[in-house]
Design a protein around this ligand. Structure first.
Ligand code: NAP
Length: 308
């Protein structure tokens, strides 16, 4: 007979790992399915300075591993498999992966988000050949070379600062004068002598030679003036999109594909909860994702108690 878990958590970022910790402590029979790296986006972040109770300078991978170990200590089972389909509308939910099928009374969706593409000519073709979305993964390739960063949010400024440890120069290209990023990051970037800014500008096209990026063609959005910037690499940080294709038509979402929940992290489908960057929310921090995960697991426990 197929084993039926109390809950299956989809995704092993901070929301999923925190849900796993709380579900484990609540003695729920729990399975967490992650397709790639535990920690999700945090695992690709160099330093996490704003998660309470951790040492200053803790790296994203270190924090992720601490979270995973803590959840495992309370009995959560972990598997690394790619989820290909979900059936959520019946009392027993079915999660299909490339390798098998798993069943549970409840599901917590914590599949997170992935980087958005900016859309300039050559971005797709030169991905991994000069175009990158992960500073921790690729910074080392650009040691002593000039690079660019696109975006004006927390990610762009924080990762630009990190990239100055490697690159000879980092040019931040942002489409307007004002920044979405926290002021302390803007101040820190402005004070860094390796960082330059090109504002009110967008990247129209990447230039390449033998399949490798050699520079960017920019356009000033106010004057229409075009210019060329010679860089060996460009890092794109223009926001993230939810990883929710699997749930389209099965769960209520907003126009951006973010799952709508109430304050208990309940979706519109009984027994299905969502937590972290996958859901419609305003603040996307490790601490808020972890909080969502805790709420989702506690709500899940309550749902199971009421169902009995
Ligand atoms: P974000 O806050 O949405 O910022 C995206 C940036 O990219 C904005 O400056 C935006 O410009 C620009 N942009 C968007 N589409 C563009 C396009 N097509 N062409 C050119 N520029 C474009 O995204 P994020 O920086 O990735 O942050 C995501 C969330 O994670 C936020 O909630 C953030 O606070 C959080 N986060 C926090 C930290 C931290 O606490 N240290 C670190 C990283 C991320 P406009 O401003 O003009 O819209």
């Amino acid at each position: 007979m197929t084993h039926i878990y109390d809950t299956i958590i989809l995704g092993g970022g901070p929301a999923g790992l925190s849900a796993a910790l709380y579900a484990g402590r609540g003695k729920l029979d729990t399975l967490l399915i992650e397709k790639a790296t535990y920690g999700g986006q945090v695992a690709t972040t160099f330093e996490v300075d704003n998660y309470p109770g951790t040492d200053i300078g803790i790296t994203g991978p270190e924090l992720s591993e601490k979270m995973r170990k803590q959840a495992a200590a309370f009995g959560t089972n972990f598997i690394k498999e790619d989820i290909i389909d979900v059936q959520l509308d019946e009392k027993i939910k079915v999660i299909k992966t490339a390798k098998g099928e798993y069943q549970a009374k409840t599901v917590i969706i914590a599949t997170g988000a992935e980087p958005k593409m900016v859309g300039f000519k050559g971005e797709k073709e030169l991905r991994g050949r000069g175009v990158s979305y992960c500073a921790t993964c690729d910074a080392d390739f650009y040691t002593d070379f000039p690079i660019a960063v696109i975006g004006g949010g927390d990610s762009a400024l924080q990762e630009a600062l990190y990239l100055t440890k490697f690159a000879s120069k980092v040019t931040i290209i942002h489409r307007r004068q004002g920044f979405r990023a926290a002021q302390y990051l803007v101040d820190k970037a402005k004070a860094n002598e390796k960082i330059e800014f090109i504002l009110d500008s967008v990247v129209e096209e990447a230039t390449e030679e033998k399949g490798l990026l050699t520079g960017l063609r920019l356009k000033n959005v106010l004057t229409g003036e075009q210019s060329d910037l010679q860089v060996e690499g460009v890092f794109v940080f223009v926001g993230y999109k939810p990883i929710s294709d699997l749930f389209q038509g099965k769960i209520k979402m907003n126009e951006f594909g973010e799952i709508i929940t109430d304050v208990y992290m309940r979706t519109d489908v009984p027994g299905v909860f969502a937590a972290g960057d996958i859901r419609e929310t305003t603040i996307r921090q490790v601490v808020t994702a972890a909080a969502d995960g805790a709420v989702a697991a506690i709500s899940c426990e309550k749902y199971l108690g009421e169902a009995e």
